[in-house]
Design a protein around this ligand. Structure first.
Ligand code: GLY
Ligand code: MN
Length: 360
């Protein structure tokens, strides 16, 4: 075993949750958490964690990679990985095994139940996700690199923008730029929507040509060394009517107000309210149909949820998005989104891209 690493420190923190659940071992089945706790980036693997041992179980395709990436004991298994898990549980004579309630598949649970009839399976929800909410300085630096690359990709793609390109073409150009700049890939399917389709918050790009005198909404994120970024910018292609321009101002004011309210100790509810209050002043709060933002990290959507109901208090080390929007059917939608790090003194906007309305 290697000495103390960022991964072993995370595993030690998790042992506290294990102790509280009165289980002797924890089976990690969610791949982002497997990565977080072991360093392993493959597509198939579990971590079995006890107070004494950390075992990464994966298949022969990953024999070389797992040993290179992980500081855990690596077990390579032909056939079902859960059989190996059960073997270790019996070998350790465990009587209670914690499982990730929100990340274990029904099949996996059923198989485990059948293989270990005498072992109590203790469902624990969100224990690793809870740790993942607070990023280390190294994680924040990686997210910042992801955010900067993402903005550079948009800047480069916009240079080759012309009306008549299709939404799909422009999305492809953006993703190509991300890869050329060194991203692992996009963090999610790039959203490019034009005209009235901008009223669909999660529009799929179409092959229809982008028309002049319309809105163009781009929601994009890169993944860099595993970590996500997330940004939305809404542009004008040519002239916009006064109502749509006013919608843009309202959303920008709302976004700035929410960013202003970000500080350690502020609840997510309060940040969400700050965004909504501005839009209420314009009479458009009902057009804001999603939450103000979300945490991000190894996954594009992580805790906390910056919405009406999440009373989580922000803490230094969290990284969240702030992304209010208004959506008016048959007219269009505006969303402006930045990635923001919570620091000891407030919110640091990581996204370098400007937010004044850009006319293409
Ligand atoms: N930017 C995609 C999302 O937050 O859902
Ligand atoms: Mn987002």
């Amino acid at each position: 075993m290697k000495g103390s690493t960022e991964y072993s420190e995370r595993r030690n923190k998790l042992l506290v949750a294990l102790h509280q659940a009165r289980a002797q071992a924890f089976l990690i089945t969610g791949l982002p958490s497997v990565r977080y706790l072991s360093g392993f980036t493959g597509s198939d693997g579990y971590v079995l964690l006890t107070t004494e041992r950390s075992i990464l179980i994966t298949d022969p395709r990953y024999e070389i990679q797992a040993a290179q990436e992980s500081d855990c004991e690596v077990r390579i298994v032909k056939g079902p990985l859960l059989k190996e898990v059960a073997t270790w549980v019996r070998r350790f004579r465990l009587t209670a095994l914690a499982v990730e309630q929100n990340r274990i598949g029904f099949d996996e649970y059923t198989e485990l139940r059948a293989a270990l009839p005498k072992v109590r399976l203790k469902p624990i929800s969100g224990a690793v996700e809870h740790l993942r909410m607070i990023k280390s300085a190294a994680e924040v630096a990686t997210i910042k690199a992801s955010v900067q690359l993402n903005s550079a990709a948009l800047e480069q793609a916009l240079k080759s923008f012309k009306p008549s390109l299709s939404e799909v073409d422009f999305a492809a150009e953006i993703e190509y730029r991300m890869r050329r700049l060194g991203a692992d890939g996009p963090a999610f399917e790039t959203i490019v929507a034009s005209g009235a389709r901008t009223a669909l918050p999660h529009a799929h790009p179409t092959d229809r040509p982008i028309q002049p005198d319309q809105l163009l909404l781009v929601d994009m994120g890169a993944r860099v060394a595993g970590y996500c970024s997330d940004m939305t910018r809404t542009h004008a292609v040519g002239k916009l009517n006064p109502k749509v321009r006013r919608m843009y101002r309202a959303v920008l004011e709302s976004q700035l107000a929410a960013i202003d309210s970000v500080k350690p100790g502020a609840t997510c509810t309060a940040v969400d309210r700050a965004a909504r209050d501005v839009l209420r002043g314009y009479g458009w709060d009902r057009l804001f149909i999603h939450s103000t933002g979300h945490g991000l990290g190894l996954e594009i959507h992580e805790g906390p949820r910056v919405g009406r109901k999440d009373r989580t208090k922000l803490e230094a080390g969290m990284v969240i998005t702030i992304e209010p929007g208004v959506y008016l059917e048959n007219v269009g939608g505006i969303r402006i989104e930045d990635t923001v790090a919570v620091t000891k003194s407030g919110g640091e906007v990581l996204t370098p891209t400007g937010k004044e309305l850009v006319v293409l």
